[in-house]
Write a protein that binds this ligand. Structure first.
Ligand code: SF4
Length: 221
């Protein structure tokens, strides 16, 4: 993560990443996890290329054209300036969506308390027993706290899990779904099957086929 240039790149338009909104995506550089299946190694390991002045310049040209801005990455909440960034984006009239791995509940809480988040997508990597294996981090507890904060707020959010057959089996997914329900989550739990068609952070070239079939990509708990 390069100080002063927090954003790796901008996707100027998306209809897919912010539900019911026309949006752009800010890809924040750097992450505090190292998920083996991560599709964005250049963003996680690379340096930012755009300063906030660059981003502002772009966003000013999109006022009245886009509804929202997605803060993605990498992990956007590890950037020290994320809160002032979000304030400025909201002042421009955009809605804000946060894509997060849930590792910075303090930042998430501040964003929510200041009404700076309109939608959130929270990554649920796995249960504590395999969290390290999947993310190379010990950040399950912060993730759990982030879930609790979102559940206690009025912010719309979804939970999503990437399914790689070497990292999560059917029983573990079942356990995750039950755990979410016990926590009180009643929204949409998205499962995205690892496709293996892009470069990843870890070496997944020997990836085997799943020994189970994901009959649906969405579990409604
Ligand atoms: S998949 Fe993992 S390593 Fe990649 S950006 Fe998300 S949390 Fe970071």
């Amino acid at each position: 993560m390069e100080k002063g240039r927090p954003v790796f790149s901008i996707s100027p338009f998306t209809l897919l990443d912010f539900p019911d909104r026309m949006a752009c995506i800010l890809w924040f550089a750097g992450c505090n996890m190292r998920c083996t299946y991560c599709y964005n190694p250049e963003i996680v390991l690379g340096k930012g290329k755009l300063s906030w002045d660059d981003v502002r310049e772009f966003l000013l040209t999109r006022i009245g054209m886009l509804d929202g801005v997605v803060f993605s990455g990498g992990e956007c909440t590890i950037h020290p300036q994320i809160i002032p960034f979000a304030r400025e984006v909201k002042r421009m009239g955009f809605e804000v969506k946060i894509d997060t791995n849930g590792s910075r509940p303090d930042v998430l809480e501040t964003l929510i308390q200041e009404n700076l988040v309109d939608f959130a997508a929270l990554d649920f990597k796995g249960m504590p027993g395999n969290y390290w294996k999947i993310t190379r981090s010990h950040l399950f507890k912060p993730f759990e706290k982030s879930l609790k904060i979102l559940l206690g707020s009025s912010v719309r959010f979804e939970v999503r899990t990437t399914v790689h057959p070497d990292l999560l089996n059917y029983q573990e997914l079942d356990e995750m779904e039950k755990w979410l329900r016990e926590k009180g989550f009643s929204g949409t739990f998205y499962l995205q099957l690892f496709r293996g068609d892009k470069e990843t952070l870890g070496d997944l070239t020997q990836t085997r086929k799943p020994d189970f079939v994901l009959e649906q990509s969405v579990w409604r708990t």
